[in-house]
Design a protein around this ligand. Structure first.
Ligand SMILES: *[C@@H]1O[C@H](CO)[C@@H](O)[C@H](O)[C@H]1NC(C)=O
Ligand SMILES: *[C@@H]1O[C@H](CO)[C@@H](O)[C@H](O)[C@H]1NC(C)=O
Ligand SMILES: *[C@@H]1O[C@H](CO)[C@@H](O)[C@H](O)[C@H]1NC(C)=O
Ligand SMILES: *[C@@H]1O[C@H](CO)[C@@H](O)[C@H](O)[C@H]1NC(C)=O
Ligand SMILES: *[C@@H]1O[C@H](CO)[C@@H](O)[C@H](O)[C@H]1NC(C)=O
Ligand SMILES: *[C@@H]1O[C@H](CO)[C@@H](O)[C@H](O)[C@H]1NC(C)=O
Ligand SMILES: *[C@@H]1O[C@H](CO)[C@@H](O)[C@H](O)[C@H]1NC(C)=O
Ligand SMILES: *[C@@H]1O[C@H](CO)[C@@H](O)[C@H](O)[C@H]1NC(C)=O
Ligand SMILES: *[C@@H]1O[C@H](CO)[C@@H](O)[C@H](O)[C@H]1NC(C)=O
Ligand SMILES: *[C@@H]1O[C@H](CO)[C@@H](O)[C@H](O)[C@H]1NC(C)=O
Ligand SMILES: *[C@@H]1O[C@H](CO)[C@@H](O)[C@H](O)[C@H]1NC(C)=O
Ligand SMILES: *[C@@H]1O[C@H](CO)[C@@H](O)[C@H](O)[C@H]1NC(C)=O
Length: 582
């Protein structure tokens, strides 16, 4: 199994403290000229890629962001949005090609001597970090500092990491460099202001916030004594995916910046406040010394690895081409090389080119709602949900929960599709996994383990198929977890071949063995006199074990003999007289 996103190894080369932090992976949720901080209610001057809450749009507020139906970041309670400029490559004939997004990582860091006073971001809070018009390194404008905690050029808020195919990563720089050598991606990084005046949730000149003295460390200036988590956003640009890109100087950010000095990032808070408060109070001080959210219980419980599938990129809100090959930068942005600052962009382009249409952002996209409880009927007629099983089993013999057939279709997978597919191949059991996989068999691997109730990251991925007729979105397992269904139609005679796959069924002896009461394995052909014709469990039992069968047979008539059949999961026959002799 491969992961959908290839994220850069998340190193923070320019950070040197040892304080706690957490980091989360994010996929794109919206692309285009959307910026509710700088250009609220209208088309933005230049184009961004945005990660986070599904409701991000030109009019986003805290209330609309927390109302997002999902987030493309891995923590479900964080419906905030984070955005950075798009990057393009310009060909000799003047056309631009959008550099594909290679995933983002968002960090929340506790830094400096005053970390225990860090407070969560309040509702309504927004910040922009960076200067889109910068085209050179400003070594003179420093953060506030004192003798113990000296200031630092604020230009250091921007940094670039180049991930080569092999060998050591060159030192970060505050500008784009050697881009075509960044075979594993160019990571553009922006550090946010972590000091707040405690009054304004947003000011368009960002004077409501200030940088820590060392940007990634240090103390807050007078007037900005309310310390917040320091947000640090890494955007990976997959520069090696640009065809025929050979000239390092031809990469240009959407704000017309071929240098990188004008890189910037925006944040609008959309957190569930109770969750953010608990995370700040626990994970930033005690937990997650290396930023892994699983190490901090409150975030671990909120974490999902299906974010990119469950919350895919939303339709573009601003209707104009920004992807692939385009003739001019979105918004008719001109390239300016500096070193002086770029002039403000004219918004006249909208009048000369067809005016982009802004689509209102819907408040909710369909989420998986169809989550059956084990034992319930679901999908096609007579199909019963057996539960969510762990499917990371290794070793020889059985290697999956369902072993006979695997089929992958990333455009057309649904519970019903898989049920029909497995029936057509003669199997009673079907299982959907990893959003796009269908597995079939006639028995559940006896060593398969049911996912614990409430296990995070279990069967929580949306199917890769279209919505059902009822408009709901189904679950199709997860990473290493499979939703298993059983065809309970007793007239269905399985004919699927169990012998032709790796991991084929092997004789199974329960832990502790069968014991001295075991008489042996008898043939039992449907439609003929059964081996044990006395009684059988009603339809719907999915808890079959030797003990359950023995108890059932004893209770329903004091039967002396009992037998398990057909995957030991669901079919039992018993007789007081002993096995038929045929
Ligand atoms: C939140 O979503 C609900 C249901 O879609 C909608 O009625 C409400 O107006 C939304 N609130 C905001 C602030 O967007
Ligand atoms: C410009 O060059 C690119 C890359 O070679 C090519 O794909 C594109 O078709 C060209 N555009 C025009 C208008 O010739
Ligand atoms: C900034 O850089 C310029 C040019 O290299 C140099 O002359 C100047 O002294 C530097 N200023 C500071 C404060 O380092
Ligand atoms: C870019 O590559 C050249 C040639 O390998 C190297 O000398 C230079 O140091 C690199 N630039 C940076 C900023 O790493
Ligand atoms: C630490 O934070 C507290 C509370 O916000 C503030 O009063 C104090 O001045 C801060 N100390 C430093 C050294 O910044
Ligand atoms: C890349 O260059 C090759 C060889 O010149 C050419 O055949 C191909 O069309 C180019 N592709 C693009 C997208 O420009
Ligand atoms: C780009 O430059 C042209 C010519 O100077 C100007 O008319 C246009 O408004 C500029 N575009 C933007 C977005 O400022
Ligand atoms: C944004 O808000 C303005 C002012 O309320 C409204 O006129 C406009 O239709 C809204 N745009 C969208 C896309 O919701
Ligand atoms: C269940 O799955 C998880 C994650 O895929 C794995 O780490 C764990 O070992 C599995 N547990 C069992 C009992 O197989
Ligand atoms: C996925 O299913 C669709 C619809 O049945 C079919 O057109 C497509 O070829 C399938 N893709 C694969 C990879 O089997
Ligand atoms: C699973 O957990 C949920 C929430 O904790 C609970 O409501 C439900 O009854 C549990 N189901 C089973 C089968 O234990
Ligand atoms: C097995 O499932 C059946 C039907 O749900 C139930 O009546 C029975 O009590 C269960 N037995 C055990 C041991 O859980």
């Amino acid at each position: 199994m491969k992961s959908f996103l290839t994220l850069a190894a998340a190193a923070l080369p320019f950070l040197h403290g040892a304080d706690a932090f957490w980091r989360m992976n994010c996929a794109v949720i919206q692309t285009g000229r959307v910026d509710p901080l700088v250009n609220p209610g209208t088309v933005a001057a230049h184009a961004h890629s945005i990660v986070g809450g599904s409701n991000i749009g030109v009019n986003s507020t805290y209330a609309s962001m927390v109302n997002s139906s999902c987030t493309s970041c891995e923590l479900r309670s964080d419906k905030s949005a984070y955005w950075t400029p798009l990057l393009y490559y310009q060909y000799p004939n003047g056309s631009f090609f959008e550099v594909p997004h290679g995933g983002s990582v968002v960090y929340y860091l506790a830094r400096g001597p005053n970390v225990t006073s860090i407070i969560p971001f309040p509702p309504g809070f927004k910040i922009l970090s960076g200067d889109k018009s910068a085209r050179s390194y400003d070594n003179e404008t420093l953060t506030w500092g004192n003798a113990a905690y000296p200031g630092r050029p604020i230009a250091d808020r921007v940094s670039f990491a180049c991930l080569p195919a092999s060998g050591p990563e060159p030192p970060n720089q505050p500008y784009m460099f050697n881009v075509t050598s960044c075979v594993d991606g160019m990571r553009a990084q922006i550090a946010f202001q972590a000091c707040w005046n405690g009054v304004d949730l947003y000011k368009s000149d960002n004077s409501h916030v200030a940088y820590l003295s060392g940007i990634d460390n240090g103390i807050c200036p007078p007037g900005y004594q309310h310390q917040l988590p320091m947000i640090f956003v890494e955007t990976n640009y997959a520069v090696s995916q640009v065809p025929n890109a050979t000239d390092d100087s031809k990469f240009v950010f959407s704000q017309g910046d071929p240098t990188g000095f004008g890189f910037h990032g925006d944040f609008i808070n959309g957190w569930d406040m109770a969750m953010q408060t608990e995370a700040v109070n626990t994970c930033l001080f005690n937990g997650a010394p290396d930023g892994v959210v699983q190490e901090c219980p409150v975030l671990n419980a909120d974490d999902t690895n299906g974010y990119a599938q469950n919350c895919p990129e939303q339709p573009p809100q601003v209707d104009e081409p920004v992807r692939g090959l385009i003739e001019r930068l979105p918004g008719c942005i001109n390239i300016t090389y500096g070193p002086q600052a770029a002039p403000a962009a004219s918004m006249a382009c909208a009048a000369t080119v067809a005016k982009p249409y802004i689509t209102p952002t819907p408040d909710s996209t369909p989420l998986p709602t169809a989550s059956p409880t084990p034992g319930a009927m679901f999908g096609l007629p007579l199909q019963q949900y057996m539960g969510c099983y762990n499917d990371t089993l290794g070793g020889s013999g059985y290697y999956r929960t369902l072993n006979s057939v695997e089929y992958v279709n990333y455009t057309n997978m649904s519970v019903e599709f898989c049920q029909a597919y497995c029936m057509s191949l003669g199997y009673t059991l079907s299982g959907v996994e990893y959003a796009q996989e269908c597995h079939c068999d006639n028995e559940i691997n006896p060593t398969a383990v049911a996912a614990l109730n409430g296990t995070v990251n279990s069967c929580t991925w949306s199917c890769c198929g279209t919505l059902t007729a009822g408009g709901t979105q189904e679950f199709c397992g997860g990473l290493g977890f499979i939703d298993v269904y059983r065809n309970t139609n007793t007239s269905f005679v399985p004919f699927g071949d169990n012998s032709n796959t790796a991991g084929n069924a092997q004789p199974y002896t329960p832990a502790g063995g069968f014991g001295s009461n075991y008489l042996g394995c008898y043939s039992d052909t449907p439609g003929q006199l059964r081996t044990l014709p006395g009684a059988s469990v009603p339809d719907g039992w999915n808890n079959m074990t030797i003990e359950v069968c023995a108890a059932f047979c004893a209770q329903s008539g004091g039967y002396q003999y009992y037998g398990l059949e057909y995957a030991s999961q669901w079919y039992v026959l018993a007789s007081p007289a002993g096995p038929n002799s045929d």
